[in-house]
Design a binder for this molecule. Sequence first.
Ligand code: DGY
Length: 311
Amino acid sequence: MMNVLVTRPIPGNYLDNHENFHIQIFPGKGDVHQWIISNIVDADGILITLNEKIDREIIDHATRLKVISTYSVGYDHIDVEYAKSRGITVTYTPEVLTEATADLIFGIMLAAARNIASGDSLIRHDGWHSGWKPDFMLGSEVHGKTLGIIGMGRIGNAVLKRSKGFDMKVLYYSRSIHNVDAEYVDLNYLLSESDFVIIALDLNNETFHFMNYERISKMKKSAFLINGTRGKVVNEEDIVKALKDHIIRGAALDVFEDEPIDSKNPLTSLENVVLTPHLGSATYETRDKMAETAVTNLFNVLNGKKPLYKL
Ligand code: DGY
């Protein structure tokens, strides 16, 4: 019998009917890190989400672990190199969440530019007294504007596809040049020319705090910054300061440095930012596909087969 740890219940019934495996799910109370440390010693596989940090301490407690399967495309919460050096396969769930994440990124960009979230909030807080007025709640046009995409991986590409329907001119900056219908440019040029700057970068040592005050200051005063991949790619203190100083017109953030954030976070007192709680992949369809992919990855490795996606 092989032992599998699961840190959170996941959608669908993909974990059912695996008779040869003893599946133990974190009961939900207490410290999950501690629970993993206490149980990893006999585990053959572990299924985690992006909330659970798999560090050296955990890996050192494992004696027979073969696979770490993360229910996420991001893997900055796992010490991948160390796991691999110990012969542990690390799997993840790319591709299945690309389109949902790009939809959300495009959505929050529209919400910030066209006051969709603030308009909703105004009505709910009894603030719409004037009726329709020529100068009421004016926003920025998205159609025909210049979009700057930083990072041209799967998500950057999916955002690019959406921008075509809005007749946007698209600039991009990335580690390498891609064969896409957009202009590859220098980062400073992208920042200074774009009306909307979308961050589509993974988090790693090179991208930590990639967007800081200095870079934000290079953007147009009328521009918007949108982040839907990882919070730590943007220096949060710097974006707060830039929004307070009106260095740019606005921002839309789905991800934050330390999640969850609450109403004490300084971002929540700013009107020129749209905030959503890490909803990029949060559709019924995508979360189900992520479950299927993460479970297939896990059991494939344990059954001696190739996982769908490994790092
Ligand atoms: C991931 O899978 O890394 C995403 O951030 C989830 O939305």
